[in-house]
Design a protein around this ligand. Structure first.
Ligand code: TXA
Ligand code: MG
Length: 331
């Protein structure tokens, strides 16, 4: 494949001629990265089996890990899902467009490669103006995982996408940094009660306020279960540099690594300082922290450090998705 086109959108706004160019690449079976309100996605036409196969190949993603299908509106869900329960309708009317993904029974016409061979399909209607313009122009359901090599940090800028995928995809539509910073919440509504599969920018509390109690299976996995053997660890969203979450502020861990001749970096929302240590300081509120987290980890990961130390984040539901991503990034 020739070098990946880097298509810069002036002021991050959806320029119609660039959007049309990208929609055309997608119609011809190409792969294009684009910004959403969470992270950059890597899109392929969900109805084109070969395009979706190429997408799995470009990411190095295991074939049994299903993709999220992005749609321009809730009305388009019936193109890929066979059933639209009233409860999904309530969630969609309040939270779409936005960072909530719903798992529904799939339509048999949808290529099985999209769903990893499974009976359900994940769908969401993104809120980012560039994503919306692209979905409308392409007039196709777009299968789009995060635009990174499998297992790596999700990209929140076009530069992050190119670091991982330059030469492996047709184009990246550069709309600047993505505002949310971490991935959507994934909720399975094929079960009763619905089940949280991945915590994200929409909190379980927001969902329950609309549809009543849900199973926080994600939370049980994240917080309460013993870690599986290291080979089975669900390592994901991870920098190349080994990452540890300190049980507290982290300053003491950083100082002792430094004293032992190591090269630690530090990701923290505390005000403590350690001289001569590469430090990325994030805001102390979950939304601000999420918005900057992956970009900060990408920067630390480029420094040739031997360890990234992360200050533990608070308990409580507001920080659930961030704790989940940090746990998966650690080893
Ligand atoms: O914010 C996001 O969700 C971003 C942007 C691009 O939309 N996308 C994203 O996609 O994070 P990806 O592929 O990196 O993560 C999708 C998650 C995976 O954990 C996958 O296993 C799960 O959703 N998933 C997809 N389809 C599913 C299904 N049918 N049943 C259960 N889980 C599913
Ligand atoms: Mg991903």
């Amino acid at each position: 494949m020739p070098a990946t086109l880097h298509l810069r959108l002036p002021a991050g706004a959806p320029d119609p001629s660039l959007i049309a160019q990208v929609a055309d690449i997608l119609r011809r079976g190409g792969l294009v990265a684009f910004p959403t309100e969470t992270v950059y996605g890597l899109a392929a036409n969900a109805l084109d089996e070969n395009a979706v196969r190429r997408l799995f190949e470009a990411k190095g993603r295991p074939a049994n890990n299903p993709l999220i299908v992005h749609l321009p509106s809730a009305a388009a869900v019936t193109r890929v899902a066979s059933h639209w329960p009233p409860l999904a309708d309530r969630l969609a009317s309040e939270l779409w467009p936005g960072p909530l993904t719903l798992v529904l029974p799939r339509r048999p016409e949808l290529p099985a490669v999209v769903t990893g061979g499974g009976p359900s399909v994940a769908v969401r209607v993104p809120a980012h103006p560039v994503a919306r313009a692209l979905l409308e122009a392409a007039d196709l359901p777009l299968a789009a995982p995060s635009a990174n090599r499998s297992g790596r940090l999700s990209p929140t800028s076009a530069e992050h996408v190119l670091e991982d995928l330059d030469g492996r995809i047709d184009a990246v539509l550069d709309g600047g940094a993505t505002p949310g910073g971490i991935e959507s919440t994934v909720l399975d509504v094929t079960t009763s009660p619905p089940r949280l599969l991945r915590p994200g920018l929409v909190s379980p509390g927001e969902i329950e306020a609309l549809i009543g109690p849900i199973l926080r299976a994600g939370e049980v996995n994240v917080e309460d279960q013993p870690l599986p053997s290291p080979g089975l660890l669900d390592r994901h969203y991870a920098p190349r540099t080994p990452l540890v979450v300190a049980p507290d502020d982290g300053g003491a861990v950083v100082r002792s690594l430094l004293a032992a001749g190591g090269r630690p970096g530090w990701l923290t929302h505390s005000t403590d300082e350690v001289p001569d240590v590469a430090t990325e300081r994030l805001p102390g509120d979950p939304a601000g922290y999420a918005a900057g987290m992956y970009a900060a980890l990408h920067r630390l990961d480029r420094l040739g450090l031997d360890r990234i130390v992360v200050t533990a984040v608070p308990d409580g539901e507001g920080w659930l998705a961030i704790r989940d991503r940090l746990r998966r990034a650690a080893f």
